[in-house]
Design a protein around this ligand. Structure first.
Ligand SMILES: O=c1ccn([C@@H]2O[C@H](COP(=O)(O)O)[C@@H](O)[C@H]2O)c(=O)[nH]1
Length: 232
């Protein structure tokens, strides 16, 4: 069975709540993302434990620092047995190359991807930090830099996926948060699409947090999303 295109963001305030949810899941059914909140609370031991249970873990710590520091952090993350990890493309070409080179000979080399422009940002937010151009233009520029550095893909919104697919080819991974089922509140996300729209536009993976984890019945919400994308 091909592993799921759904990556569930485990944005829980503690390990107990995360594990209560995970007990209902099969590792073949979905992948799991451990981000800053849960990692800071539960640490590397939870990541290792979930990986040992057979879950594909995306460690979403979005490294952004000098090249040496990021390269060493990527090696530490790879040692946890994760399937995917990430850094910020805004850290620049030399930072991304250092990370890529550090992982190149790692026996269990995880997928290494770069966050382009956060899906919580719109054009107004880009202006505030001094970036001209549309979100799509900025995402494309950072995606090309990421590809030049030899990484496996990027985090972007599904909204940018068609232009990115055309520019970056079939193999480059597009991992898309900002997923909201039709009618769901965007909350702090600015560049959103439904699960079906994101895949149709060319996304490889959907990162989904609150639409599942904050639903009255998370398993019902997950099943509904699985049904929505089953024939895409
Ligand atoms: O650009 C980005 C990069 C990462 N994220 C992360 O994805 C999830 C989305 O959660 P929702 O509850 O579905 O909004 C969250 O863990 C973010 O840290 C992102 O949203 N956008």
């Amino acid at each position: 069975m091909e592993k799921s295109r759904i990556i569930i963001a485990l944005d829980y305030p503690n390990e107990e709540q995360a594990l209560r949810f995970i007990r209902q899941l099969d590792p073949a059914q979905c992948r799991l993302k451990v981000g800053k909140e849960l990692f800071t609370r539960a640490g590397p031991s939870l990541v290792k434990r979930l990986a040992a249970q057979g879950f594909s873990i995306f460690l979403d710590l979005k490294f952004h620092d000098i090249p040496h520091t990021v390269a060493r952090a990527c090696l530490a993350a790879a040692d946890l047995g994760v399937w995917m990890l990430n850094l910020h493309a805004l850290g620049g070409l030399s930072m991304m190359k250092a990370a890529q080179e550090a992982l190149a000979n790692n026996p269990s080399r995880p997928q290494l991807i770069a966050v382009t422009i956060l899906t919580s940002m719109n054009q107004g937010g880009l202006r505030q930090i001094g970036l001209a151009g549309t979100p799509e233009e900025n995402v494309l520029q950072l995606a090309l830099l990421t590809q030049e550095a030899g990484l496996d893909g990027i985090v972007c919104s599904g909204q940018e996926a068609p232009a990115l697919r055309q520019a970056l080819g079939k193999e480059f991974l597009l991992v898309t948060p900002g997923i909201r089922p039709a009618g769901a509140a965007p909350e702090d996300q600015q560049r959103v699409l439904t699960p079906r729209e994101a895949l149709t536009k060319g996304a490889n993976y959907l990162v989904i947090g609150r639409p599942i984890t904050a639903a009255p019945d998370p398993m019902v919400a997950l099943k509904a999303i699985e049904a929505e994308i089953s024939n895409v």
